[in-house]
Ligand binder design. Structure first.
Ligand SMILES: *Cc1c(COP(=O)(O)O)cnc(C)c1O
Length: 360
């Protein structure tokens, strides 16, 4: 028998979430963000399941070429643009749409004949202060880029990214919108909204929305935002108990002897650990489902295994189903306990975990 850990990917739930995004932004085109292997879900099967998305967004030429070679013919946007001038030849060959976020990238384009018909996305920094040319530079850079590509049939669109969209009440959201609206550039298609803005700010939808996390069924909002989304989890990370032992009061469990049994009790061992992408900082008490019911994680987890307190399930046996997160246990809840966000847990499910796809 193979090791029982696997990530079930429910493509029906993915399509449900995609339809929610479409309904929330009916007048905009939709760029489905599938960077980082579609947040751990598998970029090729996810793109195939969302084949009527208007574009897909990725983080590198390599990620984009993987989709092209799998037969995806939709526009592919490189969210960080190219990493050096030589990437531009590949961008042209595969008809990719690079973001241009810096003057250096604009210089590379000016020196690359192959780039003369590309569709470009000029990224403007409206306040996140990560990537982007300044609002003051935007007009001149836009005109410079347009002069490079428009004669060849290319175009220059405008994009910016929000720092605080996960907190809809944050004042930075309105400030970034105001900066985006007052850019002094030629008329162009525009894009600002990630998942959180797509769901809360119709005034930020513009021509293109860029949902990522919501497609995968995790909330884009900070935990304290406490918003209902109607999203369905796409990934369920599951395994099985591989052992159940009776332990004595005073027995310590796992590395560092960090957790001690307060009473005689059954302790289960499940085949899933940080080598599979389960967060190593998940503390004792983090919920795990055994036979569909919550039990607490105990002790320090290891690379391949976690231990759970089975006092509430004295009849649990090796082979019983274990769920780490997904359809029965929100990944956000596990992330909050581990001091991280759902995005990180989903992305980190490691390559050794087989993905099992179903239509739901
Ligand atoms: C990752 C990313 C997104 C998607 O963000 P979500 O919060 O996952 O919806 C959108 N735009 C850019 C530029 C990104 O890097």
């Amino acid at each position: 028998m193979t090791r029982p850990v696997r990530a079930r990917i429910n493509l029906g739930a993915l399509q449900h979430n995609y339809q929610l995004a479409r309904q929330a932004a009916p007048a905009s085109r939709l760029m489905a963000v599938v960077k980082a292997n579609a947040y751990g879900h598998g970029a090729v099967p996810v793109a195939r399941a969302l084949q009527d998305a208007d574009a897909f967004a990725l983080a590198s030429v390599e990620e984009a070429v993987q989709l092209r070679e799998a037969g995806v013919s939709r526009p592919l946007v490189l969210l960080e643009g190219v990493f050096d001038a030589t990437d531009l030849a590949a961008a042209a060959e595969y008809a990719l749409q690079p973001v241009v976020h810096s003057l250096e990238q604009a210089d590379w384009l000016a020196q690359a004949p192959a780039a003369a018909s590309l569709h470009l996305w000029l990224k403007v920094d409206t306040g996140m202060h990560r990537l982007g040319v300044s609002p003051q530079q935007a007009g001149a850079v836009h005109r410079r880029l347009a002069a490079l590509v428009e004669a060849g049939g290319g175009s220059v669109r405008l994009m910016s990214h929000l720092a605080c969209a996960d907190e809809p009440q944050h004042a930075a959201n309105d400030a970034q919108l105001a900066a985006f609206l007052s850019l002094d550039t030629p008329a162009a298609e525009r894009s600002l909204a990630n998942s959180a803005a797509l769901l809360t700010r119709p005034d930020m939808h513009f021509d293109w929305v860029r949902p990522g996390i919501m497609l995968y069924g995790a909330s884009p909002f900070a935990p304290n935002a406490d918003r209902q989304t109607g999203l369905q989890p796409v990934m369920t990370l599951e395994s099985q108990l591989i052992a159940v032992y009776p332990r004595n009061q005073g027995d310590s469990i796992g590395y560092g002897q960090a957790w001690t049994c307060p009473a005689a009790m059954p302790v289960g061992v499940a085949a899933c650990g940080y080598g599979d992408g389960y967060p190593r900082h998940a503390p004792a008490g983090t919920p795990v489902l055994v036979n569909g019911r919550e039990v607490p994680l105990i002790g320090r987890l290891s690379m391949d295994m976690i231990c759970v307190d089975l006092r509430s399930q004295p009849r649990a046996r090796p082979g019983d189903p274990v769920q780490l997160w997904g359809a029965g246990l929100p990944v956000e809840a596990v992330a909050a306990r581990a001091g991280t966000i759902a995005y990180e847990l989903l992305c980190n499910v490691s390559g050794r975990v087989p993905r099992a796809y179903s239509d739901g």
